[in-house]
Design a protein around this ligand. Structure first.
Ligand code: PEP
Length: 263
């Protein structure tokens, strides 16, 4: 389907994983805000660990920088030791939640059904889900990339209504490119992301697919972000390692596109 990206605001999100104390995160956000100033044409989000969220929200006040959590549990409340609900995150001033990151799928048993439940709970609390999908190296070598992406999209978005597409972000992150220094070429990323958009169209309709934002993630750096952002289906980036250092993250946020804004 034709991408038609005119109305999709670019989004750069930094996933800090299990790095930075609460104080370090807050300091980083203050420095980021003063380096960036107010950016009208793009959205910036950082995702600290749970313990850093309150400090991060405080540090980001008035800057336009949004704060995301790296996970959430789908129940509203109850005897779920160690878990955090979407309502608790919303109450803190968090704006978004990364859901189904490949590290959570691989190391902590996250399933597509869990992703579906978390996406619903996140939307119900007015937060932006950033839903991660992507194939492993083995799945790509076996020619199963599309099968894996289709399954992750159809189950992960099963509880989303078509009119909610503008409040949903998908991050296509080929697992073999995360934290490895191996980036998908812009063409490989575009091919997979056009496929993802097609699956959103199949699940939620063409208008939803034109509205939903799709980020690329996997070793995004200052030297490759512009090329990636030139692709018609790439609406932004989910950045791990390069979001930890101010200089590289600022450069990534300041990506430049040579293509027109209509994709
Ligand atoms: C990520 O953690 O989502 C990620 C894309 O990491 P990196 O940029 O380090 O590959």
């Amino acid at each position: 389907m034709k991408s038609g990206g005119a109305s999709r605001q670019p989004l750069i999100a930094g996933n800090w994983k299990m790095y930075k104390t609460a104080g370090e995160g807050a300091e980083f956000i203050r420095a980021l805000a003063s380096s960036l100033g107010r950016l009208a044409d793009r959205q910036v989000i950082v995702a600290p660990a749970f313990v850093g969220l309150a400090h991060a929200v405080e540090a980001a006040k008035g800057s336009g920088i949004g704060v995301a959590a790296q996970d959430v549990f789908w129940e509203k409340e109850g005897p779920y030791t160690g878990e955090v609900s979407a309502a608790m995150l919303a109450d803190l001033g968090v704006k978004a939640v990364i859901i189904g990151h490949s590290e959570r799928r691989r190391l902590f048993g996250e399933t597509d059904t869990g992703v579906k439940n978390k996406v619903r709970a996140t939307l119900d609390c007015g937060l932006l889900p950033i839903v991660c999908v992507g194939e492993t190296e083995g799945e790509r070598e076996e020619g199963r990339t599309e099968e894996v992406l289709a399954r992750q999209i159809h189950t992960g978005l099963a509880a989303v209504r078509p009119e909610e597409a503008a409040q949903v972000v998908i991050a296509y992150e080929p697992v073999w490119a995360i934290g490895t220094g191996k980036t998908a070429t812009p063409e490989t990323a575009e091919e997979a992301m056009a496929f993802v958009r097609g699956q959103v169209a199949a699940r939620l309709g063409e208008s939803a697919a034109r509205t939903v934002r799709i980020l690329y993630g996997g070793s995004v750096r200052p030297d490759n972000v512009d090329m990636l952002m030139d692709q018609p289906d790439i609406d932004g980036a989910l950045v791990g390692g390069a979001s930890l250092a101010l200089e590289s993250f600022v450069r990534i946020v300041r990506f430049q596109r040579r293509r027109g804004s209509d994709g």
